[in-house]
Ligand binder design. Structure first.
Ligand SMILES: [Zn+2]
Length: 81
């Protein structure tokens, strides 16, 4: 039987995680119903940049989650206030 794979892909950059949890740690953003890799978390700590904004919006639309308020930089925050 195959083990369930809940965290096999980053919802933001869409990269697959390798089978090395210590290399690719996953962060759960429950308010967006989203799992993101540590890379994304580090790179977007001050907001989701224009490169990934489309992926982010697509994900929200899929989940029927309204987009958060943009931060001072005009980016969507990882942790909405
Ligand atoms: Zn990622």
């Amino acid at each position: 039987m195959e083990a369930p794979k809940h965290f096999d892909k980053c919802d933001l950059c869409k990269r697959s995680y390798q089978q090395k949890p210590h290399v690719y740690e996953v962060s759960r953003l429950s308010h967006y119903d989203m799992n993101i890799c540590n890379n994304c978390r580090k790179a977007n700590w001050d907001g989701i940049g224009p490169m990934l904004e489309n992926n982010f919006i697509e994900h929200l639309q899929l989940k029927n989650i309204p987009p958060p308020t943009r931060n001072a930089k005009g980016w969507y925050p990882l942790e909405p206030k």
